[in-house]
Design a protein around this ligand. Structure first.
Ligand SMILES: Cc1cc2nc3c(=O)[nH]c(=O)nc-3n(C[C@H](O)[C@H](O)[C@H](O)COP(=O)(O)OP(=O)(O)OC[C@H]3O[C@@H](n4cnc5c(N)ncnc54)[C@H](O)[C@@H]3O)c2cc1C
Length: 388
C-alpha cells in the first residue's frame, strides 16, 4: 500500500494550503468546541461555500466537489493545520446524506443548496430526558391533523439549538407495535410558534447545548422525510455518518503538532521540554494511536466516497477518536505548565483571554457520551461481530 501523495495530490494540497493561509480568519480563534460565534461561524462557512468547498463530502450531482477520500483527507488536514474552524456537521454531514437517500426531490431542492452555502443552520433533535442510549423510547408525539403534524414533547442536549434555523427530529407517530416501528423523521422550522429553547451551560462555562420544548407545534406534512414509521431506519443511517465525523483525525493531528511546538519553545536548563524522554514517550504513544486511527478513517472515507454507508467501523472510529481527543487534551493540560491555566495572564497580554487548552479539556470529557456513548458503540460492534 503506497501512502505517499501522488504529484496531483501534492498539487491539490498546495492549492488548499495557499487558500487556507489567505482565507482562515486569524483575528478570531475558534472556541473550545472548535466553532466561532454564530455570525462568525456562518461567515467562515459561507466563505468555504463560495469556494465550493463547504459540502466537501457531497457528490457532484448535489453540488459537492466530488473529491475522493484522499482529497477530503487533505482538505480537512489543511483546514485544521491552518487553524480554520470545524464546520457545523448537523446539516452538512448528518442531514444531507439522509435527504440524498430518503428525501423527496422537492425536499432535496429546498434544503440542500442552502446547506451547501450555509444560508441555514441545522440542529439535531434526537435525545430526550428519558431517551438517550435507549433512543427508541422517545415520546415526542407528532399527530397528523389534515396536512399538518401537531408536535408536543421535549428534546434535550440539542447542540446549537439556539443558533439553528431548522431542527431534524425523531418523533413518535404511532404507539402500536415495537417501539422502533412508530418513529418518524420530521423537519421543523425553529421559528414555528410553540417552540421554546432553553440553554444548558456545560462544564467549560459555555453555552453549546439546549433543551427544546414543543407545544402544539404545527408542521406541514410535506416536511416528513421518507414514510411514516421509517424514522428508525433513517436515524440509524444518519448516526453512522455522525460517528464517522466525530473521529476528529485532523483536529487531533493539529493538536499534537501544537503541543510539540509549545514544548519545543519551552526552555529547560539542558534544552527544551520536548527533549525530556518521558515527554517524548507520551507524545509518541499519542502519535501511534493517531496513525492507526487515520488509516482506519481513510478506509471508511474511501468506502463512503464509493457510495457505501459506513457500517460498524464508524462505531470503532467514534470510540478511538474520542479516547484520543481526551488523552491529547489531558497531555496538553498536564504538560503545558502555566500555559494550561484556564485563562491567560491579563497583565501580560493586555486583555483577559480564555485558554482553549483547558476549556477543551473540560468540554471533551463529554466526547465519550455524545453521538451515542462509547459503551453503546461497543454493543454495536459486538452485535456486528455476532451477526458475521
Ligand atoms: C455535549 C453533548 C452534546 C450532545 N448533542 C446532542 C445533539 O445535538 N442532539 C441530540 O439529540 N443529542 C445530543 N446529545 C445527547 C447524547 O446523544 C446522549 O447524551 C447520549 O446518547 C447518552 O444518553 P443519555 O445522556 O440519556 O445517557 P443514558 O442513556 O442514561 O446513559 C447513562 C450511562 O449508562 C450507560 N449505558 C446506557 N445503556 C447502556 C447499555 N445498554 N449498555 C452499556 N451501557 C449503557 C451509558 O453508556 C452511560 O454511561 C449530546 C450530549 C452531549 C453530552
Amino acid at each position: 500500500m503506497n501512502l505517499d501523495f501522488s504529484p496531483e495530490e501534492k498539487q491539490f494540497q498546495q492549492e488548499v494550503r495557499s487558500w487556507m493561509q489567505a482565507n482562515v480568519p486569524t483575528q478570531k480563534k475558534p472556541g473550545a468546541m472548535g466553532y466561532h460565534s454564530r455570525d462568525d461561524q456562518m461567515a467562515w462557512e459561507q466563505l468555504l461555500g463560495k469556494q465550493g468547498w463547504l459540502a466537501s463530502n457531497w457528490p457532484t450531482e448535489f453540488g459537492g466537489p466530488g473529491w475522493n477520500a484522499t482529497e477530503q483527507h487533505i482538505f480537512d488536514e489543511e483546514r485544521a493545520a491552518a487553524g480554520g474552524a470545524i464546520t457545523s456537521p448537523f446539516g452538512l454531514t448528518m442531514l444531507a446524506p439522509v435527504l440524498m437517500k430518503f428525501g423527496s426531490p422537492a425536499q432535496q431542492e429546498r434544503f440542500l443548496p442552502k446547506i451547501a452555502k450555509c444560508e441555514e443552520l441545522w440542529c439535531q433533535g434526537y435525545s430526550e430526558p428519558g431517551a438517550g442510549s435507549d433512543l427508541a423510547s422517545l415520546k415526542t408525539a407528532a399527530i397528523r391533523d389534515g396536512n399538518e403534524y401537531v408536535v408536543n414533547g421535549q428534546k434535550i442536549w440539542t447542540t446549537q439549538g439556539h443558533w439553528a434555523d431548522w431542527i431534524f427530529c425523531l418523533v413518535r407517530t404511532d404507539n402500536e407495535g415495537r417501539k422502533q416501528q412508530g418513529i418518524s423523521f420530521l423537519l421543523i422550522d425553529m421559528k414555528t410558534p410553540g417552540i421554546e429553547v432553553r440553554p444548558i451551560h456545560t462544564i467549560d462555562g459555555e453555552h453549546h447545548l439546549n433543551e427544546v420544548f414543543f407545544t402544539d407545534v404545527r408542521v406541514p406534512a410535506e416536511n416528513l422525510v421518507g414514510e411514516e414509521g421509517q424514522g428508525w431506519t433513517i436515524a440509524k443511517y444518519l448516526l453512522s455518518h455522525e460517528r464517522t465525523c466525530i473521529a476528529g483525525v485532523a483536529g487531533s493531528k493539529a493538536g499534537i503538532e501544537g503541543l510539540k511546538k509549545l514544548l519545543a519553545n519551552t526552555p529547560t536548563e539542558t534544552g527544551t521540554r520536548l527533549d525530556d524522554p518521558t515527554v517524548r514517550q507520551r507524545i509518541a504513544e499519542l502519535e501511534v494511536d493517531l496513525m492507526a486511527l487515520e488509516f482506519t478513517n481513510f478506509r471508511t472515507l474511501d468506502k463512503m466516497a464509493k457510495g457505501q454507508p459506513p457500517g460498524a467501523e464508524s462505531s470503532g472510529l467514534k470510540i478511538k477518536g474520542t479516547e484520543l481527543q481526551q488523552a491529547l487534551t489531558e497531555a496538553r493540560v498536564e504538560l503545558g505548565g502555566d500555559d494550561s491555566l484556564p485563562w491567560h495572564n491579563e497583565e501580560e497580554i493586555g486583555h483577559a483571554e480564555y485558554n482553549n487548552a483547558s476549556l477543551a479539556y473540560n468540554f471533551l470529557r463529554a466526547s465519550t457520551i455524545y453521538g451515542g456513548s462509547n459503551e453503546i458503540q461497543k454493543n454495536v460492534i459486538a452485535k456486528f461481530l455476532v451477526a458475521l
